[in-house]
Design a protein. Sequence first.
Length: 340
Amino acid sequence: MKNLTNHLAEFKEGSDRDRARRQAMDMPVADFKEAFGKDDFDSLMLDVSHLRIAKGYNSVQTCWRDISTTTSASDFKTRYIAAGGSFGDFAEVKELDSYPLDNITDEQASYTVAKYGKMFGVSMEARANDSLGELGKWGQRFGAASARTVEKFVLQTNLQSNPTIYDSVALFSASSHSNSTNSATGYTRAALIDTIELFMNQTDRDGNAMSIAPRLLLVSPNDLIPAMEDVRSAGKMAFDQNDATTTIVGSDSALPSFGIQVKASPYLTTSGAFYLCASPSETEMFEMGFLNGKQEPELMVENSTSGFSFEHDAERVKGRIVYGGTWVDYRGVVRGGVAD
């Protein structure tokens, strides 16, 4: 058992990980616990599980950060966000005249954070029969599940579903917000051009031109390749009155000059819908708040000598992540391809 203990020590300290892992993965869990000592073994397993959860969480390709700013919430109370307006243009000030006073009219958005999580149990039999390599995979799956939950919260619940936001109007509204083409064309090159024009004409709360550029095009996987070809191709198309592509009329398309990044999400499932977005570093968009700033899920293992574990010879494991969010300003995203 001395060699086994040495290998585990190497694994724990981060040295010679590959060699230790190869010799360790097929060993029964009980042998590891006996060789390493229960307390050290449990501590090691918790550390490894946290790493696996983080790996699983970061392995999921997500888009929510591309349209969101993040902040730390210290409690579960309602968070209020001042969605500010803008100042008017500077006025000329004549000699000895006073400077004109200007005021900003704020709108207020709010949200609360909530708990999201899962729990499962590992029986004594499972621990005895399973190898360490197989048993450890649940942590990575837990992490991936939490990442999907966050992604769906932003992209499905707060983008695709077109929720009612702080001004009591749906997020996308051609009549009230001027951020929807309100045209059920599906994704086409012509529809993308119309959406870019609408995006570039966005004005702030006081009617001033925002002068922001589109940075991201969010599409469903079905539209990913056409969208990537459109924003990268130098081919210039001509369209008839029905916006149907007729022919290439040149090689000087303006679309690549925008430098728009295209991303697809399997959670964007509304047929034909696509979303042209600004960068959250350039304008207010969606805010995500995480309890105490923890953006990755927490892992908790139940005490094995009391409660459920004592009664059932099993250990329950809980994964938890606490967050919430809301739109602070709708002007940074424009929807195309579908009607309101």
